[in-house]
Design a protein around this ligand. Sequence first.
Ligand code: C2E
Ligand code: MG
Ligand code: MG
Ligand code: MG
Length: 282
Amino acid sequence: EAKRRGRATSAIYKPHMRDKLEERAILENDLAAALEEGQLSISYQPIVNGTNREVVCYEALMRWNHPERGEISPSVFIPIAEEALLIEQLGAWMLRTACNEAVNWPENVRLTVNVSALQISNGAFLGTVVDALAKSGLAPQRLLLELTESVVLEMDEQLEQLLASLNRLGVTFALDDFGRGYSSLNYIEKMQFSMIKIDRDFVQSAASGSPKSEAIISAIVSLAKSLDIDVTAEGIEEEDQVRAMTKLGCSCFQGYHFGQPNPAANKAKRSDRDEGPAHKVA
Ligand code: C2E
Ligand code: MG
Ligand code: MG
Ligand code: MG
């Protein structure tokens, strides 16, 4: 059945001939089968400590290898998954699989998993997290959930209670893509973030000397320090950016300079630790 559908759809894959809606409908249809057919996987990208460049965390990033089209970006398929109400299922798979993987890493290495607004607004989310932790045996303190600003800004009482429940378990949050949207500093104080991740565009403009970006990053860093929150600069591609962001007070770094997302975060497995500085990069 799967094969037949694959062939049938490949015959009509002529992107120039169709509008975006049609394209979306096709991907939506394919995505529904992707999980069952083993087309989804996870890549892990290191986040390193600026002081000794050791890995403190891996971010789990979803990958979809489409049988006809190859790799499709999560920036394309995650919004489709949300719209098609598949995000809950994909997100649960992500959490389960990544927790099972992370439990094999050294104990001081944490895991961050991206979660979307629709995924957490679903009543089943708390149970999904509890289940992933219980079945994997991963300590809740080692799990961070990455939330974007838009999620935080749309927070209602129900979501606040959900996050508080997760926090009581020991799970903390990372504020993802900080600076991209409508940044507001006051919610940072209200919530149990253990990390703020400054968006790549913002990092680039600060590193290239934009006084405004520098000032905003300095402000967020000093707030974060007073609240004992780590600040990660995202999208680091050059040593110069490390220097600039270190000067502004960022403590952690993520980006191609330190490591691409890689299916084998199992480089981090405990058994490999004796073989060399697997957690030391760049
Ligand atoms: P994000 O959470 O901000 O993840 C960082 C993205 O930046 C990743 O793209 C990563 O590959 C890319 N990146 C990392 N370092 C560099 C760099 O030095 N230069 C450049 N140019 N890019 C860098 P990716 O994997 O394509 O993911 C895109 C977005 O899709 C993520 O942004 C996240 O918002 C979303 N996403 C990925 N996996 C999941 C998931 O499991 N669930 C949900 N809800 N969203 C996900
Ligand atoms: Mg992220
Ligand atoms: Mg990010
Ligand atoms: Mg980003």
